[in-house]
Write a protein that binds this ligand. Structure first.
Ligand code: MN
Length: 488
């Protein structure tokens, strides 16, 4: 990833004289330095903005700097907002308004009119908020004392969402083969998606992958086999099947790296010239941070890579997932998620095993090697991006992953089990009403709040199914939202 940073732009005006402005600048520098120690990305103090020109200039620089992942504004003093209009109207980076104050307490004895003039964020931040509201600017607003842990946590969380936006805007997806025949939800308007989200989604021939696979050397495979052995238990005698997956992994990685792609998709319906559907290969690529979507699902592939990047510094655990089957026993209602092969081992509760099994779906000449494991317990979300025709909708649901309640010894794939909010059945009703896909990104790192922030930055619809959601409230929300997005 790039060395992302955020720019701190502090509002003021020339009215107060150089002494006040010097104090504002010193404090802004101190705040940026101290916050940077605690935040996931550095906060760089850039300017005490006192004029239209200064603001327009710093915004131009921020737009131009690929390492700048967003701007954070705050008004230490009053800062008349007409001088912000030209700059804000040109701003192309994620925008957070930190409504804070340098001092925590009102100093009872010392407070006088000088103090009031210097410390009037309560005044200045309202003027600043008005102009952003008037300009209809998508923005995050965080209010509170800047030294408070809650404020810092919220700022850090938003920074990660903003980095997700930067990663999205440079996303390249490599497609091998088309979407699975006749499937609707994995389709989408790639032109609209590139316009809104920045993704470059293009196709490469499976034949070129097969050629690249043929050029992989035994030495390269030997080295990757050592990595496999260090990370996983080998629970098969069919070493050739594992070596074949290593060959596939190396070839896919070479092709993606040559094109700067962070995600890929393939389909079991187009494996011409390949002996096995990539299983272990795809799983190990995902473990390295690449996104993936099965059955040609390029949307979930890119979203997986974006959530992996957003969760950077957490436990790295965001993965391609698919709702498979339910346990509907009253009191033990769970969803079982898995995929044909391709579940990322970042969520493994224990050490994964490499196994080979027959795969009836697709054109596999040989039994594909795959990692088999149980997913870990923990609070998480599942997220699905769908194309509503004219706009994208991101649906997110809160879930609680558990240790699978059954051993399922004959299930030859990795599995994750969870309880969904507000309950399995109501959750399913809501998910289906919203049009959510069977493919999702499951994340133990990225929160619903971060996905909401990301959707706001990308200007797409966001739907959150949580403990308070009812089918009735959701139906109304979707109806109104549909009208609003058509008018937009
Ligand atoms: Mn699938």
């Amino acid at each position: 990833m790039r060395p992302y940073s955020f720019w701190f732009i502090v509002g003021s005006q020339s009215l107060y004289g150089p002494e006040v402005l010097e104090t504002v600048a010193q404090r802004a520098q101190e705040m940026a330095d101290q916050l940077s120690r605690d935040l996931p990305y550095p906060l760089l103090y850039k300017v005490t903005a006192k004029s239209n020109q200064e603001i327009a200039d710093v915004v131009k620089q921020a737009n131009y700097d690929d390492d700048c992942a967003g701007v954070i504004t705050w008004c230490h003093t009053f800062s008349p907002s007409k001088m912000w209009i030209n700059g804000l109207a040109a701003l192309q980076k994620p925008y957070c308004h930190l409504a804070t104050q340098y001092n925590q307490e009102i100093p009872d004895q010392e407070i006088d009119m000088d103090f009031m003039n210097l410390n009037q964020a309560a005044h200045g931040d309202r003027e600043h908020g008005f102009i952003a509201a008037r300009l209809r600017m998508p923005r995050k607003i965080i209010a509170g004392y800047w030294r408070d842990q809650t404020v810092r946590d919220r700022l850090g969380s938003w920074m990660k969402a903003a980095v997700g936006a930067a990663v999205s805007r440079s996303m390249k997806v490599m497609r091998f083969g088309d979407n699975m025949r006749e499937v609707a939800v994995t389709e989408g308007d790639k032109v609209e998606t590139q316009t809104k989200l920045g993704w470059q989604v293009n196709t490469w021939a499976v034949g070129d992958l097969v050629k690249t696979m043929a050029a992989v050397t035994d030495a390269e495979i030997d080295a990757l086999m050592e990595t496999y052995k260090a990370s996983y238990d080998i629970a098969t005698d069919d070493i050739q099947a594992i070596r074949y997956q290593a060959r596939e992994e190396l070839a896919i990685k070479k092709m993606m790296d040559a094109e700067g792609c962070l995600a890929f998709s393939n389909t079991f319906q187009d494996l011409y010239g390949m002996e096995q559907l990539p299983g272990l290969a795809t799983q190990h690529l995902m473990a390295q941070g690449y996104g993936y979507g099965g059955e040609g699902d390029w949307k979930v592939a890119a979203m997986t890579a974006i959530l992996k990047a957003m969760g950077e510094g957490g436990n790295g655990c965001s993965l391609f997932m698919e709702d498979y089957t339910y346990n509907l026993t009253p009191g033990a209602e769970y969803s079982l998620g898995a995929h044909m092969l391709e579940v990322c081992p970042c969520c493994a509760a224990g050490r994964p095993r490499i196994e080979t099994h027959h795969l009836g779906i697709g054109m596999n000449e040989k039994d594909p090697a795959r990692l088999v494991f149980e997913g870990k317990a923990g609070d998480a979300v599942v997220a699905s991006l769908i194309d509503m025709g004219g706009r994208m909708r991101l649906i997110c649901q809160d879930i609680h992953c558990v240790k699978p309640i059954l051993p399922m010894p004959n299930l030859p794939v990795a599995r994750v089990m969870w309880q969904a909010e507000p309950s399995l059945t109501t959750g399913v009703e809501c998910w289906i009403a919203a049009g959510g896909a069977h493919h999702t990104v499951l994340s133990y790192d990225v929160t619903a709040q971060q996905l909401r922030d990301w959707a706001r930055i990308m200007d797409i619809e966001f739907v959150h199914i949580n403990k308070d959601t009812t089918p009735e409230s959701l139906e109304r929300e979707l109806f109104l939202s549909d009208l609003a997005w058509k008018l937009k």
